[in-house]
Design a protein around this ligand. Sequence first.
Ligand code: MLT
Length: 385
Amino acid sequence: MKQARRLDNAPPYLFVEIEENIKKALENGVDVINLGIGDPDMPTPYFVVRKMAEAINNPVYHAYPEYDGSMEFRCAVAQHYKKRFGVDLDPETEVVALLGSKEGIAHIFFALVNEGDFTLVPDPEYPVYELATALTGGVPYHMPLTSGNGFFPDLSIIPKEVVKRSKILFVNYPNNPTGAVADLKQFQSIVDFGLKHDIVVCNDNAYSEFTYDGIKAPSILMADNAKDIAVEFHSFSKSYNMTGWRLGFAVGNKDAISKLKKMKNNIDSGVFTAIQVAGIEALKGCEKFVEGMQKIYARRRNIAINGLQKLGLEFELPRGAFYFWIKVPKGYTSKTYTQMLLDKTGVAVAPGNGYGEYGEGYIRISLTISDERLKEAFERIRNLG
Ligand code: MLT
C-alpha cells in the first residue's frame, strides 16, 4: 500500500525506534536498564488517582467532553499560571486543554504553517517540532544549540529570506535534551524577535518544575508583550508523573490559541472530562508533590555526575529537566555508542543524532529510573573497561 507523500518526509519517531531495540534485547533475555525515554518511574500522586476514581464513576463525565477543555479546568490552569508565574490568563480565550503537550505542539504547526513556509526550530530538538514541520510540508530552519552559545539560539544569524518566510519559532526551556534553562531576558529576546517579524513564538515548558541549584524556570509569557505573539505548552506528564494520562495545555496569544482550537476541534473531541478533573487536583496540590520530585531528581543528578565523572565522559551539567547530554567517546558515533551500550551492558540510552544534526556525537540519558538502577547502569558501563 502506498502511503501519502507527507509520510515519506517523516522518519520513524525516535522513541518508537528505541522501544523496538529494547524489545529485541528483552526478547533475548537481556536485563535492560532503560535510560532512553523520559518516562517517570514513580506513580501519579495518590490524591490525583483518588480523584480520578471518584470522577470516573460520575456518568456526567461519560459524555463528550467540552472541545477546548472544561471551564473548571481552564480556570484552574489560569489560577496556576497566576500563582506560579504571576501571569494573567483569560480562561475563555487564552487557554486550551490538550491530549498531552505533544499533540498540541504538532497541531499548532498544522494550524499555522503552509507548504514551503519556514519553521525555526532548535537543533538539537524534541523530535516533534521537526516531524510536525515535515508533515505540514514546511521547511525547518535549524537554529544550532551548542555549548558555545549556551544552548540558546543566535537569532541574528538566521538569513533575512528565511525570517521573512517563517511562520513559527519553537524553543524549549528548560531544555530537552541539553538541560539548559532560559532566563527572562532570553525569553524577552525571543518575544521581541517574534513581534518584529510577525512570527508566532512557542515555548515548550514541559520541564518548568525541574530545575537545580536554586534556579526557578520562568514562563515565556512573563516577557513584556508576550501575549501579543507567544504561546506556551505544558504537560502533566513530567511534573505529576502522568505520562499515560495524556493531559496538557497551551496558553498565550489568543489568535494562535483560537487557530489551534479550530485545528483540534476538527480532529479530536477533547480530553476525557474525568482526566481533566484529576488534572485540576494535580494543579491544586502540586507544590508539595513537586518539591518531593525535585529532591529525587536532584539526588539522581548527583548520582549521574558521580557516575559520569568516574567514567571520564564529558557532559553538560543540566540546570533543568531530567536529562544528561553526554559526549560519546572517541571512535564512536551517537548510533554506534548507543548500540554498543545496549549490546554489551544492557543500558539503553537515546542517541543524540535523533535530536538533529547538532546532536551527533552525543547521547542522552534520562534520570527517570530508580537510584539503584541508575547506579547499576554506570557500574555496568565501568565494567566494560
Ligand atoms: C522524551 O523522552 O524526550 C520524551 O518524553 C518523549 C516523548 O515525549 O515522546
